[in-house]
Structures are given as structure tokens and as C-alpha cells.
Design a protein around this ligand. Structure first.
Ligand SMILES: NC(=O)c1ccc[n+]([C@@H]2O[C@H](COP(=O)([O-])OP(=O)(O)OC[C@H]3O[C@@H](n4cnc5c(N)ncnc54)[C@H](OP(=O)(O)O)[C@@H]3O)[C@@H](O)[C@H]2O)c1
Length: 301
């Protein structure tokens, strides 16, 4: 058992860009390091300075791909924020000791995974580390101990969680200050609006990060009736504001008072620009509700 060390440092200032870039899919893009660098530079140039990683992305390969690109211009590190995640253990040829997919929130796994992320990314510090998924075997004291250890060594600045329910969040937050809960939210997945997740973010004054803001592309491409209905509503409201469907999908997220930070996942720079354009759009409550109704399938009661 490790000695519990309580951090006495004040929580350093925490900022992410209002729209972030997610690199989950970067391994599929089959890009050269130069092409990856150009995408990173283009994101930074448009104000998308925060990059969302996880140890497992690309079957444990994306951090290294990103690190290779960053090594071509290490001065970019000072202009970006790097978010990492750990706790999911995937069975791939890169991890021969894993017999089945499982979660691990032990001290050794959290610290070891964060240290490996730093090596892969070729950086000294992560700005934020998240527990990727809730773990039934999570011992909150142990996780707090691992977070404290990484913070005191200067390896990670801030900590948060992803996909946590409100009670799971409360449990860990009772042991260590958490700065975010990264969740799925879009008009095809409205649960966080009513299950307490976003209420909790407002209550704690933390901004949720939002993954798959376009439902992983389904919002744009799926023929499923709800997706078609949402697309139509996004187009109608978008036409009133003179913006695209993609921009409207992001503007709908940004309208929530918990101030969500969407994590956009496109390889295309122009699609990232459409996401950023949403920062200049303010929906009124009727616009917002029209899109909500298309997703929920009914008007407000
Ligand atoms: N915490 C978690 O559990 C969790 C889970 C999933 C994801 N994430 C994070 O969230 C990030 C974003 O997720 P995501 O990639 O699913 O986000 P997304 O923005 O919902 O979906 C992006 C996908 O949609 C496609 N797409 C199709 N039409 C598009 C259009 N008109 N405009 C933009 N994209 C379009 C993109 O293809 P093109 O590239 O060809 O544009 C891309 O494959 C990930 O990279 C990861 O960092 C976290």
C-alpha cells in the first residue's frame, strides 16, 4: 500500500480551448508525420489548441503518431493543451498480457499509463488526465493517491473523469478535485440533459467535455429516422442563422449553460472550421428546442 500524500499546492489555473480536437481516429488517417503536423498546426491556427488523447487510441498507437508529428516542431507544445486518458485495457498484440478487455484503476496502472503517454507524446507533462470509464473496482482513495503522485511530480496538471455517473463523480470528487466529466452528448443522445450529469457540472462549476459531438458522423450520414429528422431541424435552424448543419450541431451543444467543450473528430480542416464557427452563433430557446424536439421525437411536455 502506498503512503497517502495530500497535495498542498493550490489548483493551478485550468483552461481548454472552447472547441477541442479529438485524435481517436488519427490511426485510420494513414498520414505521414508531416501531414499530421499540418493538421495540428491548422487546428492551433484556428484556436483549437486542446487535443484529446487516450492511451488506447489506435490500439495504443495514436499517442506515438502524434508525438512523432510534434517532434517535427516541439515549439508547438507551448501553444497546446494535451489531455490523456487511462483505465481501459484492450486486448491487442501490443498488450499480450491482457486476456480480456477490462478496466484497471490501480495506482500502478494509472501512474504507469500516464508515464507511458508522456514518453509516447514526447512531452514532460499532460495538462489533464481522465479516468476513461467508470470501474466497478475503483477504490477512490487509490485513484486520489495516484493523481496526487502524478501532480506532485509535475507529470499531470489536472484530473478528471469520463463517462461517469453523478454518484461515481461525487465519490471521486470527495477525494480529489476533478475539473471535468467527458461525456457523450448530441441530439441523438440526450440523457445527460435529464440524468443529472449536466446539473452536476453546473453545481460544481466545471465544464463538461463532449465526445462525438456529431454522433461519430451519424448525425451527418445516417438514414435512420431520428438522425434524418435532426439533420432536417439543424438545416432549418441553420438556414435562419446562415450556417451549415455541422456548425448548428456544435452551436446547439454550446448553448447549454454548463458551457460544454465539444471535442471535434474530423480529419478535415474545413470541418474543424465549421465547428469553430459555432462559437459565433447564439441560439434562442426556440431554436434550441426545435433541435431537441427532433432528437427526442416529441415537443416539450
Ligand atoms: N471519452 C470517451 O469515451 C470518448 C469516446 C469517443 C470519442 N471520444 C473523443 O471524442 C473525439 C471525437 O469523437 P468522434 O470522432 O466520434 O467525433 P464526431 O465529430 O462526432 O465524428 C467525427 C466523424 O464523423 C465524420 N463525419 C462525417 N460527416 C462529417 C461532417 N460533415 N463533418 C464532420 N465530420 C463528419 C468524420 O469523418 P471525416 O474525418 O472524414 O470528416 C469523423 O469520422 C474523439 O477523437 C475522442 O477524442 C471520447
Amino acid at each position: 500500500m502506498h503512503q497517502m500524500i495530500r497535495s498542498t499546492r493550490p489548483t493551478p489555473e485550468f483552461t481548454l480551448s472552447p472547441v477541442m480536437a479529438g485524435v481517436w481516429r488519427m490511426g485510420d488517417w494513414n498520414w505521414t508525420p508531416q501531414e499530421r503536423l499540418r493538421w495540428i498546426e491548422a487546428c492551433i491556427a484556428m484556436g483549437v489548441t486542446s487535443f484529446d488523447h487516450a492511451d488506447i487510441y489506435g490500439g495504443y498507437t495514436v499517442e506515438t503518431l502524434f508525438g512523432e508529428a510534434l517532434a517535427l516542431d516541439p515549439s508547438l507544445r507551448a501553444q497546446m493543451q494535451l489531455v490523456g486518458k487511462c483505465s481501459i485495457c484492450l486486448t491487442t498484440e501490443n498488450r499480450p498480457s491482457y486476456r480480456i478487455k477490462h478496466y484497471d484503476t490501480s495506482f500502478a496502472h494509472i501512474v504507469g499509463s500516464a508515464e507511458r503517454s508522456l514518453r509516447n507524446l514526447k512531452v514532460e507533462q499532460l495538462d489533464l488526465l481522465l479516468i476513461h470509464r467508470p470501474d466497478a473496482l475503483m477504490d477512490a482513495d487509490v485513484v486520489a493517491e495516484a493523481f496526487t503522485h502524478l501532480q506532485l511530480l509535475g507529470k499531470v496538471k489536472h484530473f478528471g473523469v469520463s463517462n461517469f455517473t453523478t454518484t461515481q463523480f461525487d465519490l471521486l470528487a470527495s477525494r480529489f478535485p476533478l475539473v471535468t466529466n467527458q461525456i457523450e452528448l448530441h441530439p441523438l443522445h440526450l440523457a445527460p440533459l435529464t440524468d443529472g450529469t449536466l446539473d452536476q457540472c453546473q453545481q460544481h462549476r466545471i465544464q463538461p467535455m463532449v465526445w462525438s459531438p456529431l454522433a461519430g458522423g451519424r448525425l451527418m450520414t445516417s438514414d435512420e429516422p431520428t438522425a434524418s429528422r435532426v439533420r432536417e431541424a439543424l438545416a432549418t435552424v441553420g438556414a435562419r442563422h446562415g450556417v451549415s448543419i455541422v456548425t448548428m450541431a456544435f452551436a446547439w451543444l454550446l448553448r447549454h449553460p454548463s458551457r460544454p467543450i465539444p471535442v471535434a473528430g474530423s480529419r478535415r480542416v474545413e470541418a474543424m472550421q465549421e465547428a469553430v464557427a459555432a462559437l459565433s452563433v447564439r441560439l434562442d430557446v426556440q431554436d434550441w428546442t426545435e433541435i431537441w424536439s427532433a432528437g427526442s421525437g416529441h415537443e416539450v411536455p
